[in-house]
Design a protein around this ligand. Structure first.
Ligand SMILES: C[S@@+](CC[C@H](N)C(=O)[O-])C[C@H]1O[C@@H](n2cnc3c(N)ncnc32)[C@H](O)[C@@H]1O
Length: 202
């Protein structure tokens, strides 16, 4: 199959599909972190090139519920962030509506404000062999839900949450990931499950 991994610099999903014998390519504005077939540039340059399957990780900074406290600073909607959120939603919609028979779009839980379509499933790294939680939503077109491959019962939050609540004595987590690249990278167990479970559907 010809597989496009849109908005991926890590090569994680790309290389999982290549291991299964597929003709897979990643694409990102950034260079690939791991050498392999990669288009450095906008996904919209190549999205119509007749792919059989696309897995897309569109930018989520302005859509994610985790950013809600910056969207409503002091209870007032931040118009600049809102406009960026609308652009991110447009990007998301273009991924979902690409001319490609099988599509998976991945993002964290979005803010209700942007009215994204209902997701198809929620996956967690701890369902795929990593001892972490990081709630990840998948929107699927002509693809079955991913089946967990290795469920771990002990795990901790991968991303920081409510760190501002520390001083107020609220529940918070410093997370495990050290920088945005680590935070955004697809977990290998999830990448492998995508390639193993979706790679034989053509
Ligand atoms: C949330 S990160 C996804 C990272 C991915 N999970 C991985 O393992 O590499 C979103 C990515 O979208 C990329 N991006 C933003 N606009 C893009 C565009 N027009 N075309 C391709 N990639 C784009 C960003 O550079 C960023 O690396």
């Amino acid at each position: 199959m010809r597989v496009l991994i849109a908005c991926e610099y890590s090569g994680a999903v790309r290389d999982a599909f290549i291991k299964q014998g597929h003709d897979a390519m990643s694409c990102d504005l950034l260079p690939t972190d791991v050498p392999g077939p990669h288009y450095q540039g906008s996904v919209f340059d190549i999205i119509d090139e007749g792919w059989d399957l696309m897995v897309a990780h569109p930018p989520c900074t302005y859509l994610s519920r985790a950013g809600a406290r910056w969207m409503y600073k002091g209870g007032v909607l931040n118009d600049e962030r809102y406009q960026k959120g609308l652009m991110a939603k447009e990007f998301f919609d273009k991924m979902m509506n690409a001319k490609c028979p099988m599509i998976a779009v991945e993002n964290p839980t979005p803010m209700k404000l942007f009215n994204l379509p209902t997701h198809s499933q929620v996956v967690q790294p701890y369902q795929f062999g990593h001892p972490f939680s990081k709630r990840t939503l998948l929107w699927l077109k002509n693809l079955p839900a991913l089946k967990p491959t290795n469920i771990l019962l002990e795990y901790r939050p991968y991303l920081p949450s409510n760190t501002g609540g520390k001083k107020k004595g609220q529940k918070y987590s410093i997370g495990v990931s050290k920088n945005w690249k680590e935070s955004a990278k697809t977990f290998q167990g999830i990448a492998d499950a995508m390639a193993n479970q979706w790679g034989n559907l053509a």
